[in-house]
Design a protein around this ligand. Sequence first.
Ligand code: CUA
Length: 315
Amino acid sequence: MNFVKIYFLQSVLHSSSVQSKEINKLFGTFTVAAVLLLLFVSGLIIYICIKYKYKENDPLPKQINSNNRLELLMFLFPTIMIAIFCSLTIRTIHRVMQPATGQPEVIITGHQWWWEVYYPATGVTAANEIHLPVNRNLLIEFHSADVIHDWWIPEFGNKMDVIPGRNNHIWLNITNPGNYLGACSEFCGAQHAWMRIKVFAEAEPEYQAWMNANKKPASMPGDEMAMKGMLMFQSRSCGSCHRVSGTTSAASVGPDLSHIFSRTTMLSGMMPMNEENLRTWISDPQSVKPEAKMPDFIFSRDSVNAIVHYLTQLK
Ligand code: CUA
């Protein structure tokens, strides 16, 4: 229920970035102009209907076939209005969409159906939950591993298509710290709806602390059961798709699991991260997230327990 509640909070009207403030300023101007026009036109219609209502014995009105002044006004007024709207829009585009310069803070890759999050400066890789610093101009680059996705956090304003073979970018300057929820907003297959994004916008020290914690290689198993889980993970195919830093598992087909248990949610926002959900997922992935690329390895119950126990130590 909590999940439903927080997802309803997503709103483009809660500006939380410099870019969304610009976009909302433009939206406000358009809205005011549209409301004034609506009031003017409907007021005029009502006035004319009342004033020129047909009365018995009214003479036939004077017949005219053109009125140059009126026609000029009808041409000039909309032209000027559109020219103003157009130049305001171009100004906002210039402010929001600057060309990419320098190294991106983060490269986000859309996969069916999760988000890979890579920080080039540190080499840290995460998934679905994106930590970003506030009050800084961030260049964010978007890649796709398969089909077209679309990255969108309503409070940040600008959304961006994630297109195979093309690297798109946005500039983002987050003004308010906090947690933000977004979603993939381009239909990308069966689990499009479960391609949620969570952004943790943090002050610089918190952000750096998170980065430093994630820069460290994954913890080694702390007990015998976790050791069994790690060996199982490496020998029974998990490591062919997932990476756990500091071990032999180094693939990048599925999410990086080096610090999986430090995340708050799993499967791209589908459920809270906990032991129980990890167990359900690994035991029968296709019943949890149908058509996801994670196969069912038909593990024994003991094996699942060992693997999950190992994963819970990867904080
Ligand atoms: Cu990815 Cu819709």
